[in-house]
Design a protein around this ligand. Structure first.
Ligand code: PEP
Ligand code: MG
Length: 327
C-alpha cells in the first residue's frame, strides 16, 4: 500500500470531478514538516505550541521565536498555523503549575487553552510577542483553541493589538496582516458561528474535542470509548451545519482533528462540504489517495439522499453508504 502511495507524491489533491482540496499537516517537528511538504501538503494547519511547554523549562520569548523560526524555515514559504497554548485537561505541563489547574474537579470542562491564557495574561503575551515577531519571517497564522464565546475572541484580539503597539514602540518587525483564526471545539461555538464572524479570519474544527463535548464522553477514558463516534448523527449534523454556515459567512474552514487524517472518514467529510484537511504527516498521502478516488459531486448527492430517506437498511453506517455510492 505504501509503495502505491509513493507514486502519488507529485499529484495534486483533486477529486475525480476536479474539486481542489487543500491538504495541510498537523506538525511540530521540522522533519515532519519537510516530509509532509514532500508528500504534497501545502503547509502546516496545526502547530500545537503546547508541546514546547510539556517538558523542561517553559520557553521564553526568544526561545519560542527560535522554534517558530525553525518551523518557518522548514516550510520554505508555505504557511505555518501556530496554535496558541492549549494546556489543561489531558494536556498537562508540569512546570506551569497553576493552582486553578490543580484544584479543578473536571479538567476537560475547566480552565484550559484560551481560558487559561486569558487568565495568565503575562504568560500569554510572551507567546503573542513571539508569534508576531515570527510573522515577520514568513507566512504565519495564529489559531486560538477552545473558544466558547465571541467575547473571548475579542479579548485575544485586544491583547494582540496591545502587543503590536509594544513591538512597534520597541522597533520590532511583525506582519500587520497576520490572520487570526479560532478552533471550533465547543458545541455552543459551533452553533453560533455568526457571533464570531467579525472576530476571526478563519476557522479550524477540532473534532477530537468537539466530539468529546457533544457525546459527553472523555476522549481519554477507554470505558466510554464506544460512545466516541464521529458517525453519531448529532456529530454529522453539527459538522454539516458548521461547513454550511462558514461558507455562507465566507469564513474559510478546515478540520484538524484526527478524523481529518483517518481515510475511513475522508468521503464523509467531502460529502459534508469540507475543502481543507489538516492531517497527521503520515496521513497526507493516504488522504490524498482517497480524494483522488472520489467524486465529490456524487458524494454530496448521496449525502442529500441519505438525509432525505434516512438510514439505508443495506448499509449499517453512512460511511459504508458513501463508499457504495462511489463504486
Ligand atoms: C482537536 O481537539 O480536534 C484538536 C485538533 O486539538 P487537540 O487534539 O490538540 O485538542
Ligand atoms: Mg482540541
Amino acid at each position: 500500500f505504501r509503495q502505491a502511495l509513493d507514486t502519488l507524491r507529485a499529484s495534486p489533491a483533486a477529486s475525480i470531478d476536479h474539486c481542489e482540496i487543500a491538504l495541510l499537516a498537523n506538525a511540530e517537528r521540522p522533519d515532519d514538516m519537510r516530509q509532509a511538504l514532500q508528500d504534497g501538503a501545502c503547509g502546516v494547519g496545526l502547530y500545537r505550541s503546547e508541546f514546547l511547554f510539556m517538558s523542561g523549562e517553559p520557553p521564553d520569548e526568544e526561545q519560542q521565536l527560535a522554534y517558530y523560526t525553525e518551523a518557518i524555515e522548514a516550510l520554505g514559504g508555505a504557511p505555518l498555523t501556530i496554535r496558541t497554548l492549549d494546556i489543561g485537561a489531558d494536556k498537562t505541563a508540569h512546570l506551569l503549575d497553576f493552582q486553578a489547574l490543580r484544584s479543578n474537579p473536571n479538567p476537560a470542562l475547566g480552565l484550559r487553552a484560551v481560558r487559561l491564557c486569558l487568565r495568565e495574561v503575562e504568560l500569554f503575551k510572551i507567546q503573542l510577542r513571539a508569534i508576531l515577531r515570527a510573522s515577520a519571517r514568513g507566512p504565519v497564522r495564529m489559531l486560538v483553541p477552545m473558544l466558547t464565546t465571541a467575547k473571548e475572541a475579542r479579548a485575544v484580539r485586544a491583547l494582540l493589538d496591545e502587543t503590536r503597539s509594544e513591538l512597534e514602540r520597541a522597533g520590532q518587525a511583525y506582519d500587520a496582516g497576520m490572520p487570526m483564526g479560532g478552533m471550533i471545539e465547543v458545541p455552543a461555538a459551533a452553533l453560533s458561528l455568526e457571533s464570531f464572524a467579525g472576530e476571526l479570519d478563519f476557522l479550524s474544527i477540532g473534532t477530537n474535542d468537539l466530539i468529546q463535548y457533544m457525546v459527553a464522553a472523555d476522549r481519554v477514558d477507554e470505558h466510554v470509548a464506544h460512545l466516541y463516534d464521529p458517525q453519531h448523527p448529532g456529530v454529522i449534523h453539527l459538522l454539516g451545519h458548521v461547513f454550511e454556515t462558514a461558507h455562507r459567512l465566507d469564513l474559510p474552514v478546515a478540520v484538524c482533528g484526527e478524523i481529518a487524517g483517518d481515510r475511513r472518514y475522508t468521503r464523509l467529510l467531502l460529502a459534508l462540504g469540507l475543502t481543507e484537511f489538516s492531517v497527521q504527516p503520515r496521513a497526507v498521502l493516504e488522504v490524498k489517495k482517497v480524494i483522488n478516488e472520489t467524486d465529490v459531486g456524487r458524494m454530496r448527492g448521496a449525502m442529500a439522499r441519505w438525509r432525505e430517506q434516512g438510514e439505508d437498511p443495506r448499509f449499517p453506517t453512512l460511511v459504508q453508504y458513501l463508499d457504495h455510492a462511489q463504486l
